[in-house]
Design a protein around this ligand. Structure first.
Ligand code: DGL
Length: 221
C-alpha cells in the first residue's frame, strides 16, 4: 500500500524510520517541506493551506494513507484535513503526553513548537491525561526545530529555550519530545535532563498506521 509521510523537513524521518521498521512491506513517499520550515510559528490557516498542497501532491502519487509526521500540523489541522479529504486515511503525531502521564511520572516537561504548545489539542491532551498530583509543564521552544533543520548550533539553541527550566532540570522524571525534529538531538537533550526518560510518540504512530492499513483492506475505499 502507498503511504505518504510529510513534515516541515527532516523531523518526520524519525517517524518514517519507526513505521518502516514495523511495516517494511509498504511503499513510502516522503515530503520534506523545508522551504516552509518552521511550521511552528505559522497560523492555523497558513498551516492548512501548506499542508493541503502537500496532501494534493501525495494523492497524485497514489497515497491512500497520509502520515502527518509533524506535531504542529497534527495538533492544528488534522481535523480539517480529514474533513477536506474524506477519501484518505490520516494518521498524525501528537505530543506523547498520555504515554508520559501513564508512566506515573511526578513531574513532566513537554517540549514542542510554539504552534503545538498553544493549540487547543495540546491543552486537551494535558487535561485528559494528567493524574492527580502530577505536574505537567508545557515549554514552547521557538527556533529549535529550525536550528536542527539547518544543522545550526543546537547546544546554544537548547540553552536558550531551556533557560527557564534549567534550575529544576533534575526534578523532571519525563521529557516529552513534542516535535519530530527533537529525537534527532535526543542525546543532547538528555544531557540537560540526566534523570529523565525522553518520550516520543513514534511507536504509537506506527501502530496506528497498521490499523489504518487493516481498515482499508477490510473495506477498500
Ligand atoms: N517537526 C515539526 C513538529 O513536529 C515541525 C517543526 C517546525 O517546522 O517548526 O512540530
Amino acid at each position: 500500500m502507498k503511504i505518504g509521510v510529510f513534515d516541515s523537513g527532516k523531523g518526520g524521518t524519525t517517524v518514517l524510520e519507526t513505521i518502516k521498521r514495523f511495516l517494511p512491506e509498504e511503499e513510502y513517499y516522503y515530503i520534506a517541506d523545508s522551504k516552509n520550515c518552521p511550521y511552528g510559528n505559522k497560523t492555523k490557516s497558513e498551516l492548512l493551506e501548506i499542508t493541503s498542497g502537500i496532501v494534493d501532491e501525495l494523492k497524485k502519487w497514489g497515497a491512500e494513507i497520509v502520515v502527518v509526521a509533524c506535531n504542529t500540523a497534527t495538533t492544528n489541522c488534522i481535523k480539517d484535513l480529514r474533513d477536506k479529504y474524506p477519501e484518505l486515511k490520516f494518521v498524525g503525531v501528537e505530543p506523547a503526553i498520555k504515554l508520559a502521564a501513564d508512566t506515573g511520572s511526578r513531574k513532566i516537561l513537554v517540549m514542542a513548537t510554539p504552534g503545538t504548545i498553544k493549540s487547543e489539542r495540546t491543552m486537551a491532551l494535558l487535561n485528559e491525561n494528567r493524574k492527580i498530583g502530577q505536574e505537567i509543564r508545557l515549554l514552547a521552544c521557538p527556533g529549535l526545530a529550525e536550528t536542527i533543520e539547518n544543522d545550526g548550533d543546537v547546544g546554544l539553541a537548547l540553552r536558550n529555550v531551556l533557560k527557564e527550566v534549567l534550575a529544576e532540570a533534575e526534578e523532571y522524571d519525563s521529557v516529552v519530545l513534542g516535535c519530530t525534529h527533537y529525537p534527532l538531538i535526543r542525546n543532547k537533550i538528555q544531557e540537560f535532563f540526566p534523570k529523565a526518560v525522553l518520550i516520543d510518540g513514534n511507536v504509537a504512530v506506527a501502530k496506528q498506521v497498521k490499523r489504518a492499513i487493516d481498515e482499508i483492506k477490510k473495506s477498500p475505499l
